[in-house]
Structures are given as C-alpha cells and as structure tokens.
Design a protein around this ligand. Structure first.
Ligand code: SAM
Ligand code: SF4
Length: 445
C-alpha cells in the first residue's frame, strides 16, 4: 500500500481533511497517501483537524492515569527491554498482591482512579491467576476505580479469568508488524510467536474484553509500515467485532538498562511522532490515543494540541518504585523522560486550556466495546465526558494539598460548567457537583 500511495497535492489534501468527521474517518489508503505527503501546510491543517476531531469526540478533556509495574521477571528476550531474561544485572522483583496494594494506595493518595497494571511474562511468577489475585486485592483494599492490564497474550480461558477479576482494557502492543524484524527482536521465549501475539485481541474480545488496546513500538522498523499496520489491525477489529480498539498507544523506543539495543534501528523523530499521533486520531476517531512519560515534556504538551487524549503522569517503571521513592535503574524497564509529578501535569493541562480528567465512568456504566465506538462516532460520548471530567476534577481539587492548585482546578471546572447550559444533565450535574464540593466522592454519569 505504501509503494502505491502517491502524495496528496495541497488542494486535494485540504478538501479531504476538511471533509473529515467522527463519521467520515481517514481510511488506510488515505492515511498512506498522507504519510507520503511532505508539504508542511498540509500537515498543519491535518494537525488542526486532529485536534478538532478529538474535541468532537471527547470535548476538551485529557485523561490522566499511571502505570503500576507488578513484575520485571520475564522469560522472553526482547532485544529492547530491560526486563529481558538475559539481562543478568537486573534486580528482579515481583510484587505480592499486598505490595501491589501498597503501590495502588500511594497512587490513590495522589488522586489517580485508574491504573494500568504492567508485567513481564514469566511462567511461574506472572501467570494469569496472579494477575487476577492482584486485581481483586487492589479493588478490595483501595478505592481504585478501574484497573487496565498490559501483559502477555493469553488463551481465551485465561483472558476470561483476568476479565472476571475486573480488568478494564486489555492492552498488548504488537511491537512490530514486520515479521522479519519481529523475529530478530524476539529471539526466544513465548513472545517469539508472531501470530500468537497478533491474534491476541481475537481471543480477548470473545473472552469478554469489550475494550482492547493496541500499538506498535516505534523505532524497530519503518514507522510508516507500522502505522498503517496498526490502522489495518484497527479496521480488522471493527470488521470482525464491530468495535475499534479502545486505545492506540504510541510507545517510542527508549534506551533500557541492560538491553543490547542501544539505539532505535529506525529512529522516529519528534516531527514524525507528531504525524503519527495525527494519523491515529484522524483514522480512529473514537480511540484513546495514549502518549506516555517515555516522551519529553515539551512533546507531550504538543501532542495535546494534535489529537492525543490520554497521558500517563508521574510514572515509575520499576515494580515497587512508587513506595521506594528513589530511582532504581537496575529494576526499571526503561528510562522515563517526563518526570514531572501529577500536580504539575494537572497544572499544565489546565494552563493549555484542557480539562484534566480522572473519570472512569464508561467502564463502570458499561459504555464499552461497540456501544462506546457507536456513541463516540455519533458524538454522544462527549456529552458524558464534560460533566464527568468536571466532577472528577472537582474531587481532585477538594483533596489537593496545594491550595493554589485547588483554586485553579475549581475555577476551571466552574468556568467549563457554562458549556453545559441547555444540557438535560445540568440539574443533576449541579447536585452532584455541590455534593463533591462538600467532600462527596465518586460521582459520575
Ligand atoms: N511483557 C508484556 C509484553 O511484552 O507485552 C507486557 C509488558 S511490557 C513491559 C509493555 C510494553 O513496553 C511492551 O509491549 C513494549 O512495547 C514496551 N517497551 C519495552 N521496552 C521498551 C523500551 N526500551 N522503550 C520503550 N518501550 C518499551
Ligand atoms: Fe518481557 Fe515484555 Fe520486556 Fe519483552 S517487552 S522482555 S516480554 S517484559
């Protein structure tokens, strides 16, 4: 497809980009043509459309979350990862369910309500039953509202067990969709099986995961091939199950302690990274486009203006790292670039005119899978995103230790409430909002 895709002329590109909407997304061949287009004016317009697209689907809210690393024990040997089996210098840690609860409590105090549990793949330390135990323990012992999982591909039965333990989104990145590169990067272990990984979501969805997350690890192969493959994967999920992936992540290679790959074989520049975010947003309007703390602060701020909708904040990639409090290279997966704490991220998101959201409502009100995809495309999800973002922001503000941050957050929430004038949800919203200001928790639509 890449070879056949000719660049767009400016006029043709403008008229296509202006016609896009949540119901008229960029199709993969158009995405290939856009990728072949170098004209900066075209990309400027595409960036503006990507931002408009995100606002039509989700409004101004930006979802915040944190990863919780459970284990760095792994029997695979991915060349890029610090958790690989042959990294003899790594300090191996697998959190007990109690230790995972301690990490979750730490993050709960910081104001997070959604976490992404991340683990290596080890035949005895990180089995599905262990992940299930951790999920149940965190839900039981904390007020964490939704836990997503990024772990190895599993069988349908195992995926069902993890789902039944309360997982929200199941996330697996293909790393590279290029089979030869995949074979070179994954020389041994269960992960060497390309097809088992590629078909993971074809098991996860039948196992009950309405919401799945996909992505390619940028830097392993030609990014244009990877991006089109991610889009093709997304189209497959829509064709086969009626639902787009709930999230598309944009992880980019980072040098990892103890990994033999000291630099990306196909480096992706910041400008290319931006184009990838734009393409994902224009091609899969309903997806959460996720940019993590792998990226530098300035780029993370920029991607908010061009279609990203979810960012992690204050992350640690070593199991137990939150409670530990100091950096441990020898146990982390890769080096985090944006080390700003949650409070600073909230402040910056507000300063840029967006609404930091700690909302978890859709998973809990069963607006998931194809229901979510349809509501998002019809422009109905944003009707929920605004009040839910404001209620979660107000709850965050009331608990915030920093008085200035509290005032800034509440002022932004009150100002944004004006956008609800005329909404049938307004009277109920005002009741819930007043309740939250009095210290009430967990209010949503
Ligand atoms: N072990 C499971 C797996 O490989 O799918 C899940 C956990 S793994 C720690 C999560 C993701 O981290 C991987 O899918 C990969 O995309 C990403 N990752 C690994 N090494 C990385 C690196 N050096 N830089 C950036 N991302 C990396
Ligand atoms: Fe293990 Fe996942 Fe790291 Fe590969 S990416 S070494 S499977 S933790």
């Amino acid at each position: 497809m890449l070879a056949a895709a000719s660049p767009f002329g400016r006029k043709e590109a403008f008229s296509l980009l202006k016609s896009l909407s949540p119901k008229r997304r960029l199709i993969p061949f158009e995405a290939a043509r856009l990728l072949a287009t170098g004209d900066p004016m075209v990309w400027e317009t595409a960036a503006a459309m990507a931002r408009a697209m995100r606002e039509q689907v989700f409004g101004r809210r930006i979802v915040l979350f944190a990863p919780l690393y459970l284990s760095n024990e792994c029997s695979n040997n991915c060349l890029y990862c610090g958790f690989r089996r042959e990294n003899r210098e790594a300090r191996r840690i697998t959190l007990s369910p109690e230790a995972a609860v301690a990490e979750a409590r730490f993050l709960e105090k910081k104001g997070y309500h959604r976490l992404l549990l991340v683990t290596g793949e080890h035949p005895t330390r990180t089995q599905p039953a262990y992940i299930g135990d951790v999920l149940r323990a965190i839900y039981r012992e904390t007020k964490m509202r939704i836990l997503h999982v990024n772990a190895a591909p599993m069988t349908v039965d195992d995926l069902r067990m993890v789902k039944e333990a309360g997982a929200g989104v199941y996330q697996v990145f293909q790393e590279t969709y290029h089979p030869e590169t995949y074979a070179a990067m994954h020389p041994s272990g269960a992960k060497a099986d390309f097809a088992w990984r590629l078909t993971c979501m074809d098991r996860a969805i039948p196992a009950g995961f309405g919401d799945v997350g996909i992505g390619a690890l940028l830097g392993l192969y030609d990014y244009r091939y990877e991006v089109l493959s991610v889009l093709r994967h997304a189209e497959h999920l829509l064709e086969a199950y009626g639902t787009f992936p709930h999230t598309i992540s944009v992880p980019r290679f980072k040098k990892a302690f103890g990994s033999p790959l000291s630099s990306a074989p196909f480096p992706v520049s910041d400008a290319e990274f931006e184009r990838i975010v734009i393409l994902y947003r224009l091609s899969v309007p309903s997806a959460g486009v996720v940019v993590t703390t792998r990226e530098p602060a300035a780029l993370r701020e920029r991607v908010l203006d061009i279609g990203a909708s979810q960012i992690s904040a204050g992350s640690k990639t070593d199991p137990g790292g939150y409670a530990e409090g100091r950096r441990r290279h020898e146990a982390e997966q890769f080096e985090v670039d944006d080390t700003r704490p949650m409070e600073e991220i909230v402040r910056r998101v507000l300063a840029k005119g967006y609404l930091p959201s700690l909302c978890t409502s859709c998973y809990r009100k069963r607006r998931t899978g194809n229901t979510f995809t349809e509501m998002a495309v019809d422009g109905h999800i944003r009707d929920f995103c605004l009040p839910n973002a404001l209620l979660s922001l107000a709850e965050y503000a009331v608990a915030a230790e920093d008085a200035t941050l509290r005032e800034e957050s509440l002022a932004a929430a009150r100002e944004a409430r004006k956008e609800m004038e005329g909404s049938p949800l307004l009277p109920e919203f005002d009741r819930k909002f007043a309740f939250v200001l009095e210290g009430g928790r967990d209010q949503c639509f």
